[in-house]
Each structure stands twice: as structure tokens, then as C-alpha cells.
Design a protein around this ligand. Structure first.
Ligand SMILES: O=C(O)C1=C[C@@H](OP(=O)(O)O)[C@@H](O)[C@H](O)C1
Ligand SMILES: C=C(OP(=O)(O)O)C(=O)O
Length: 399
């Protein structure tokens, strides 16, 4: 799919896209207790998670994880809790994602079926073995393993995890703990030790809340085109640091940005301050933030950005190359992406099999005009992205 966008003003009201992270957690929760969702999001990753659960319940011994690393790194500990020997594979983007932290999971055996040059653990592989009751695991590579271990120990009834610092994306671990605690589990996070106790869990009957990181592409699209926007169906920002922090980050630049109830209101102002933020705990905010930083005069910085290299694409390179395609100067050094804000020029990219990079290009094109090829890649998390932009005033067409 090739999408052409002319300079537009984004404004109005829109429902936030459903949260991929909450949706995958609720789908996987159905392996532990009864779950009834008002509706299941149609994004690729949630569809994959749903298929994985059905295949496990049908007793299959092969799973296909598409491009979803959240599903992959959460399911592996669950398989060790279930004591199932399973062959798992994914698409090309998932096969490039590192799984080195698996070496900490004592009791697990991971046979890589296409050994790579550096001998690291990767897909396709066979997972077998039994999870030990206490585990330590490094926290740097991904929080998703820790989330999977919380589910795994809930299945086993009890477990203890020592997370070796530094711990990345901590908010997602709190999200997982909140989901299990909401159905009667007992997940206690004390510094770097997590203790899990689960007996008979309650049923879960509810809906998937909106996604702040995905919604931020709409908010920033409005900001950089002079509009104002209300985005509804979001969850009240929790106490821990997570993707909802985007609300405050946008406020720090001088814009109006506030959540009332389930609705986020965003409007630009005459004040445009450059931003310097660490994204190690909120990596999914980097692509949308890049679009905002691109239009704020001065140097903005995204610190602690090393882990962006191991997402669906090497996002350090793909964020910088996308910005440069729209005439914005950006560079990387020692963990920091520096963006020199200015006036984007008409640009064109081919989505590098990374949904959030296509959405970054979409936002920049709303300001300056442009073209996005392989635009269907947004379906990994938000298949309605282009349609939502059109409903908010984007001059957009399929070429
Ligand atoms: O647990 C989750 O739902 C997620 C965790 C994050 O990954 P890392 O923990 O690897 O940063 C994030 O990038 C991903 O999109 C969703
Ligand atoms: C990295 C992402 O997802 P995952 O890790 O689940 O593939 C993402 O949604 O940007």
C-alpha cells in the first residue's frame, strides 16, 4: 500500500487505538483464568497472541509468533511453567530480535534451529524444560521476560524473580502486576525482587483501554499542524512511570496537554521548548516524540536510546533516516539521539517493516506533505491509523 499525504491540519475528536500491551496481557491471561473481552483488537500482534493461546489449548506443538516480541518473550516462560516442548518461530523482524536473557532461565532448554554466526539464541527454536521456582534474570534487554515470568509463576502458584539491574521498561512490569492483582493474584514488587502468589483467580470481564503511545501520534499530528485534539478511551495515568508520561512530556514543551477522566486534550501554544528525555523506560514513545522534536526550534535529545536498536527495526537508524528524508537533521552518539528542530520538507519513505516508523513518517507528512510506501505495516499495532488520520482532517489518499 502506498499512501500520499498533503499538508493538513489535524483536529477534532478520536477514540484512542486499543492498547497492544493490555490486549496481549488479557489474551494470555485466558491461559490462567476465564477472560471475556468486550472486543478483541484486530492488530496483527493481538491476533497472533490470540492464535497462540488457541493453539496451546488445542495441544499443538508448534507456534508462530509473527512479529510480536511481547507475545514471544511472555510465552517462553509460560511454556516452561506448562512443561510443554514447543517449536516456535516468527517473521523476519522477530527472528532478528535478541533472546540472550533466556540463558538465565535455569531448567529451560532452548535449541536454536538455524544457528547464527555469533551463537546467540534466536528463532526458530525449540523450547523445552521446566521453570525453577526461583529465577534471576537481567533486566536490561527487555521487561517482557519478567512479565512472562510473572504469568508463569502465577500458573505454578508461587515464584520469586530477582531482576538484575539495570531494569528497562519498568512500567510494563507494573502493568503486568496490576493485571494479575486485578484478578486476585498477589504480585509484590520490592525493589528488584518480585514475589508472585496465585491461587484461585477471579474471572476477568472487561475491555481493552486505549494506548498512550499509539495515541501520541494523533496528539503530535495535531500539535505540529496547528490543530487541537481530544483523544478518548484512555486509562487514568497510573502512579508508575510509563507510556502515559507522554502527556507530561508534551506539556514540558509548552503545549497544553492534560487528561481529564478518560480523555486527553492537546493544543499547541506560542511556547515551543526543546525536550531532553530518557526513553529507556518508554521506548515506544521515541518514534512519535521524534516527530514533535523535529518541529521545535533548537536541539532536543532522547537519552538512553541504545535499546531502540533491538526493536522491529534498528530504530536509531530508522528514526534518523526518516527525519533526514523530511529534511530534519538528527544524529546519534553515546546513547543519545539529538534532533535539530526546524521546518520539515516534503519527504518519502518505505516503511522498514516497523509500524511506528510509518506513523512517524505519517506525522511528518501531515506537516510537509509526503509519501509512505509499505504503509500497511501499521497494522502490527494500529490498522486504523490512516483511516483515523483522515477522520481528523488529513488530506490523504492511497496511490
Ligand atoms: O510488555 C510490553 O507490552 C511491551 C514492552 C516493551 O518492550 P521492552 O520491555 O523490550 O522495552 C515495548 O517496547 C513493547 O512495545 C511492549
Ligand atoms: C517493540 C514493539 O513491540 P514488540 O516488542 O511487542 O514487538 C512496539 O510495539 O514498538
Amino acid at each position: 500500500m502506498i499512501i500520499g499525504i498533503e499538508r493538513s491540519r489535524i483536529e477534532g475528536e478520536v477514540k484512542a487505538p486499543p492498547s497492544k500491551s493490555f490486549a496481549i496481557r488479557y489474551v494470555l491471561l485466558s491461559l490462567i483464568t476465564d477472560v471475556k473481552l468486550e472486543s478483541i483488537p484486530s492488530s496483527d500482534d493481538v491476533t497472533v497472541a490470540n492464535k497462540v493461546v488457541h493453539d496451546l489449548k488445542d495441544g499443538r506443538d508448534e507456534l508462530f509468533l509473527g512479529g510480536s516480541a511481547t507475545t514471544l518473550r511472555m510465552v517462553i516462560p509460560i511454556l516452561l511453567a506448562l512443561g510443554r516442548k514447543i517449536k516456535i518461530d516468527g517473521d523476519q523482524t522477530l527472528r532478528r530480535r535478541p533472546l540472550n536473557s533466556l540463558r538465565y532461565l535455569k531448567g529451560g532448554k532452548f535449541t536454536t534451529l538455524q544457528p547464527n554466526a555469533n551463537g546467540s539464541i534466536s528463532l526458530p527454536m525449540v523450547v523445552e524444560g521446566k521453570l525453577e521456582q526461583e529465577t534471576e534474570i537481567e533486566g536490561w534487554e527487555s521487561s517482557q521476560y519478567v512479565s512472562g515470568l510473572i504469568y508463569a509463576y502465577c500458573i505454578l502458584g508461587y515464584g520469586r524473580i530477582k531482576v538484575i539491574p539495570p531494569v528497562s521498561s519498568k512500567g510494563y512490569i507494573h502493568m503486568t502486576a496490576d493485571v494479575i492483582n486485578s484478578v486476585g493474584g498477589k504480585v509484590e514488587i520490592r525493589d528488584d525482587v518480585i514475589e508472585i502468589k496465585c491461587s484461585k483467580l477471579k474471572k476477568f470481564h472487561g475491555s481493552v483501554p486505549g494506548d498512550y503511545a499509539l495515541a501520541s501520534f494523533y496528539a503530535i499530528g495535531a500539535l505540529i499542524t496547528g490543530g487541537e485534539i481530544k483523544i478518548s478511551s484512555l486509562y487514568p495515568p497510573p502512579s508508575y512511570f510509563g507510556d502515559h508520561e507522554i502527556v507530561n512530556m508534551i506539556k514540558q514543551t509548552g503545549a497544553v496537554s492534560e487528561v481529564t477522566g478518560d480523555t486527553w486534550f492537546v493544543k499547541g501554544s506560542d511556547v515551543r521548548r526543546p525536550l531532553a528525555v530518557s526513553i529507556n523506560d518508554v521506548p515506544d514513545l521515541a518514534p512519535s516524540l521524534a516527530g514533535l522534536m523535529a518541529t521545535i526550534p533548537g536541539e532536543s535529545k532522547m537519552l538512553d536510546s541504545e535499546r531502540l536498536r533491538i526493536k522491529e527495526s534498528d530504530r536509531i537508524n530508522t528514526i534518523i533516516s526518516t527525519l533526514r528524508s523530511f529534511g530534519i537533521d538528527a544524529h546519534y552518539s553515546s546513547g543519545t539521539i539529538t534532533i535539530v528542530g526546524g521546518e520539515p520538507k516534503r519527504g518519502e519513505i518505505t516503511c522498514p517493516n516497523d509500524h511506528r516508523i510509518a506513523m512517524l513518517a505519517g506525522d511528518l507528512a501531515l506537516r510537509a506533505g509526503g509519501i509512505v510506501k509499505n504503509a500497511e505495516c501499521v497494522s502490527k499495532s494500529n490498522p486504523n491509523y490512516w483511516k483515523d488520520l483522515a477522520s481528523l482532517g488529513a488530506k490523504i489518499r492511497e496511490i
